[in-house]
Design a protein around this ligand. Sequence first.
Ligand SMILES: Cc1cc2nc3c(=O)[nH]c(=O)nc-3n(C[C@H](O)[C@H](O)[C@H](O)COP(=O)(O)OP(=O)(O)OC[C@H]3O[C@@H](n4cnc5c(N)ncnc54)[C@H](O)[C@@H]3O)c2cc1C
Length: 526
Amino acid sequence: MRLPPGVTSKDFSDALKQFAEAVGKDWVFSSDDDVALYRDSYTPFWHEEEEPIPSAAVAPNTVEQVQQVVRIANTYKIPLWTISTGKNLAYGGSAPQLSGSVVLDLKRMDRILEVNERNHYALVEPGVSYFDLYQYIHDRGLKVWIDPPDPGWGSLVGNALERGCGFTPMHDHFDAHCGMEVVLANGDIVRTGMGALPNSKTWQQYKYGFGPYVDGIFSQSNFGVVTKMGFWLYPEPEAYFSGNVTVPKRDDVHALVEIFAHLTHSGVVQGTTSVIDMPSFAPPDPQLAALRLSGDTKALEDYLAQKGLGYWSLDLPFYGPAKVVAAQWEYSKEKFSSIPGVRFREVESHRFPLDAEQLAKVRDPVPLGVPSLGVFMNGGPRGHGHMDFSPTLPMTGEAVLEAHAVLDKAYRDLGSPTDAPPGVPVFAFFPRALVILYWIPIEHDVEKNKRSRAIFRGLVKTAAERGWGEYRTHTAFMNDVMDVYSFNNHALRRLHETMKDALDPQGILAPGKNGIWPKHLRKEKA
Ligand SMILES: Cc1cc2nc3c(=O)[nH]c(=O)nc-3n(C[C@H](O)[C@H](O)[C@H](O)COP(=O)(O)OP(=O)(O)OC[C@H]3O[C@@H](n4cnc5c(N)ncnc54)[C@H](O)[C@@H]3O)c2cc1C
C-alpha cells in the first residue's frame, strides 16, 4: 500500500480505521483496485515515477462527516485532495498533486437543497452533477436553465471552484455563484456572504454580505473544503438565435474583435463564442497546408475566398425575448457591416421550451443549457487525451494575431508532433478577456508525454514573456504557472503562503494545489 509522505504505516492504518468509523467502512477505499480508479488516466506521467497516485480515498456523506475526516487528517498529518465529482479531465482528473494524498471524494454529497424558480437560483452540494440538476429542473418543469460546460458529468461546485466556463449568459461559473459553506482545515464551518447571518433570507441573492469578500480564496486553492454552494440560474428565455459573421482578410481581425468586444461589453451578445481562424479550421487539404506554412497571407486569403470561406469566423449567440434577439442580430449586423466583404449567415434559431424531439435535432444542446457528453464524440485531439494550455489575452485583434504568431511558432520550435499547430480557437469565455486554447496530446507513451510536457512548459514561459498567463492549469504544471505570476518577487505566492500557514498550519488540504505548498513541503517542491 502507498503511504502519504512522512506518515508511518501504523499511523496511516489508524487513520483509515478512524475514517471508517466516521463515514462507514464501505466508504473508505484503500485496495489497489479501488485506488486505481482515482488515478488520472490521462496523466502526462503515465508509466513514470512522477505520476501522482493517491494512497486511499474517503467518501463522507454529510458536512459533519467532512469535519470529522478533516480533524482525523489533522491528527495524523494526512494530506487530503478534495474532489466533487472528480471529472477534471485535461487538468488532472481526480488524482492529487502530491502522491500519497488521500482523496476526499464528495460524490455522495449530492443533495439539491433548493431550486428557486421565482428568483432563479439553486443551492447544491458538491456531488451534484450538471445532469442531476438538469434532471431535477426538467422533472418539475421549472422555467430555469443551468449552464453546463461541454462535458455535463462534472459538478457545479468543482467546475466553479476551478473557475470553469459554459456557454449561456451564465457562462462564467465562479461569477455565477452566490454564497458558500466551507469546512476549514481545523474542522470549523464558515458560511460566506449573507450565509453568515443566521436565518438569512438572501444567501443566494446577495453575494457580498458584510466585511471582506472571501469567496475568491476558496477557488483554485487549498484553503477549505466547500460543502455547499449557491448558483444563479438563467430564467428560461423565450428565444435563442445564433448568427455567423465571416470576414475575408487577415487584418480584418482588428475590426472584428473590436466590434465584438463592444457588443459583448454592452450586453448585446451574451453567450460564449470563439474567434476562429479559418486557415487552421477549414477542411484540410495539401494546398491549404502548404499555404499555411508558406506564410503568404494574400494567397491564403484568395484560397479561402475561392472556397467560399472567410479568413475569420465568429458565431454570435443571443438569448432572450424573440423580438429583442432579432433586434440584437440586426444591430450586430449593422455594426459589422463597416468591414468590407463581411458576410452573415443564420446558424440556429429556437423558441422555448423545446420538446424531446426538437431537442434531439439541435446541433449542440449545451449552449441551450442542456448537459451532454457529445464533446467526447467529436474526435478530440490525437492520442489518448489532452491537456489544455489556456492563457488569457486582451480582447483585441492585435492580441489574437500576436498570440497565434508567437505561440504557433513556439509550439513548432518546441518539437510539436505536426508541422502546423492544430486548430486553436480563441474563446470569449470571460466577460472582458479572450482565452486561447492549445490542446496538447497525452498518450500512454513516455517519450511522447515528455515532449508534450516540454511543449507545455515552453508555452507557459513564452506566454508569460508576452504578458499572457493561464486562467487555470493541469496539476502537472501548477508550480510552473504560479512561478510566472511573479510580480514583486512573487508577492502573490507569498500572500497565498501566509494564508495557507494561518488557515492550514499542518498543510493537510491539497498540498501543492495551484502552486501553494504548506511550510514543511515548500522548499522541496517550489
Ligand atoms: C473534452 C473536454 C472538454 C471540456 N470542456 C470544458 C468546458 O467547456 N468548460 C470547463 O470549465 N471545463 C471543461 N473541461 C474540463 C473539465 O472536464 C471540467 O471543468 C469538469 O467540470 C471538472 O470536473 P468536476 O466538475 O468533476 O470537478 P472536480 O474534479 O470535482 O474538481 C476540480 C478541482 O476543484 C477542486 N475542488 C473540487 N471540489 C472541491 C470542494 N468541494 N472543495 C474544495 N476544492 C474542491 C479540487 O482541486 C479539484 O481537483 C473539459 C474537459 C475535456 C476533457
